[in-house]
Design a protein. Structure first.
Length: 426
């Protein structure tokens, strides 16, 4: 298997960064195919912790080509700051390629993102206010600016003039300050000059790598339950993190995608608003949140936590064509007397095994649980599946049974070495 997609199969924050870093040691190319710096991938190795937002997780290996593909929305200022932060920590030998077709996040996108959230009052989506949604909106409205525009002075001036004519009108209507052309033009022209060594047609690069049968690892941002098409709409992101998003987001034909690995936590978390049928509160929620350090990498917001939701997980696996699963933060569950798993929902007195498409129905869904015995033993030093406590193995086998999907990796700690590999898939 030469081309593998790493897909979050919950509401994001599943541990995709660690898994991409773990698998990426054997990759020739690592690709971010959608999203922007609203993502937060935490990678820990050698006693150091790194938080990535836009930069692909293979950036620590000088032999890996790291691609920020056309499906992304890129904040040039933030991406350059992220690179400088890595360089300051000694990460100086890397290969980075930025798509000339990727959309640019401009200051007015962040301003509008905050204004739109404020206008929603008590019905906020819970965005990171990084300008992701407004940037995607402009992309589809055909007034967006692309990375390649920043290195073409005349064309960029034309595109920015046209965009500001619309965006300043929006800002004015919302009672916000409008933006002047000249300072914005000069600032982003300078960003383009700094990014120029990395900018190229990444679709050509990726097709050439695929034809050479290079090992390509694709990493998405967020998770399937936040997919604009198949998630818990409207509490979703503005792109599709599913494996189906790879061909569109990279310019690489679907025939080149071999397999998809679903990344899920041993429990469930969610950031921001939206329905969460298995959500917990009180002491148990606090226990899981503190043991799992469940706070947003980008925002620092405490994550909502709950029992594992198999209805949502099966939905995500089906939508994204998941071939294998990787279970993350498994060590967090050590010490619990019993652990529940949601196997179905009860909706208006009837039991269902699917995720309703409408918010009103999903909010009325009550979890139907089975209960399994927990385990007291710590598992952070375990490296072989057979050495896990029997109840821990039973829990993992139950996940396989309920999803009909093989678990090939179990993470028992944040470091890349704290990983149980059950099967080689890449």
């Amino acid at each position: 298997m030469s081309r593998l997609v790493v897909v979050g199969v919950q509401w994001g924050d599943e541990g995709k960064g660690k898994m991409t870093d773990f698998l990426g040691q054997k990759a020739d190319v690592v690709v971010r195919y959608q999203g922007g710096n609203n993502a937060g991938h935490t990678i820990t190795f050698g006693g150091n912790k790194y938080a990535l937002q836009s930069i692909p997780s293979g950036i620590f290996n000088p032999h890996i080509k790291n691609v920020m593909a056309n499906g992304m929305v890129i904040n040039p200022k933030a991406a350059l700051a992220e690179l400088e932060g890595l360089k300051s920590r000694g990460v100086t030998d890397f290969q980075l390629f930025v798509s000339d077709r990727a959309a640019v996040i401009m200051p007015y996108h962040m301003m509008l993102d905050g204004a739109y959230e404020t206008a929603k009052g008590g019905k906020k989506i819970g965005t990171t206010q990084k300008g992701i949604g407004p940037a995607y909106c402009d992309k589809y409205s055909r007034i967006g600016i692309r990375i390649g525009d920043l290195i073409d002075k005349d064309y960029f001036a034309e595109r920015l003039h046209d965009a500001l004519a619309v965006k300043n009108m929006e800002l004015k209507m919302l009672g916000m300050e409008t933006l002047e052309f000249e300072p914005l033009y000069k600032e982003y022209l300078a960003y383009g000059e700094q990014l120029k060594p990395y900018i190229c047609d990444t679709a050509i690069l990726l097709n050439e790598e695929a034809e050479k049968d290079s090992k390509i690892l694709f990493e998405g941002a967020q998770g399937v339950m936040l997919c604009i098409e198949n998630g818990t709409y409207p509490f979703v992101t503005s792109s599709s993190p599913t494996a189906a998003g790879v061909p569109i987001g990279t310019g690489l034909a679907p025939r080149y995608i071999d397999k998809a690995l679903g990344i899920c936590k041993a429990y469930t978390t969610r950031v921001g608003a939206g329905p969460f049928p298995t959500e917990l509160d009180g002491e148990l929620a606090h226990y899981i949140r503190e043991r799992g350090h469940e706070y947003g990498t980008v925002t620092g917001r405490p994550r909502r936590v709950g029992y594992l939701d198999m209805v949502a997980l099966r939905h995500a696996c089906r939508i994204s064509g998941i071939n294998y699963l990787s279970v993350m933060l498994f060590d967090v569950l050590s010490g619990l007397e019993a652990i529940k798993i949601c196997t179905a929902y009860e909706l208006d007195g009837k039991q269902i095994d699917y995720v309703p498409s409408t918010l009103s129905k999903l909010e009325r869904c009550k979890p139907v649980y089975i209960e399994m015995p927990g385990w007291k033993e710590e598992v952070t030093s375990v490296r072989n599946f057979e050495e896990l406590p029997q109840n821990a193995k039973n829990y993992l086998h139950k996940i396989e049974e309920l999803t009909k999907t093989e678990i090939v990796v179990v993470s028992v700690g944040p470091d890349r070495t704290q990983t149980i590999r059950r099967k080689e898939i890449f």
